[in-house]
Design a protein. Structure first.
Length: 96
């Protein structure tokens, strides 16, 4: 197998990993927004004093998801960038 094919395959694998990381981040954002909307719905539709805490639980959950998703995204992004160093550092055996 020529060296160029291996390098291309590894570069494409890293590109898929980058896109998977972005997709995961967007899933965290989407879920956080769902929690926020659920908190608004509980607060505005029911409007009962007892539901105040339920709405705040949803708000806090949304913030936790957004912060965790953002931190996770940047940690994974850094790991992906570090793994790019290894592309092409393949030891080839001479075939006789």
């Amino acid at each position: 197998m020529p060296q160029n094919e291996l390098i291309l395959r590894e570069k494409l694998a890293i590109q898929r990993t980058i896109m998977a990381n972005q997709t995961t981040f967007l899933a965290f954002v989407r879920t956080g927004l769902y929690f926020f909307v659920a908190g608004l719905s509980v607060h505005n539709l029911l409007g009962l004093p007892e539901q105040f805490w339920a709405a705040w639980i949803f708000y806090i959950g949304a913030c936790i998801l957004l912060v965790f998703g953002t931190v996770n995204f940047f940690i994974q992004k850094k790991k992906i960038q570090e793994s790019k160093k290894h592309i092409g550092n393949v030891v080839w055996k001479k075939e006789n």
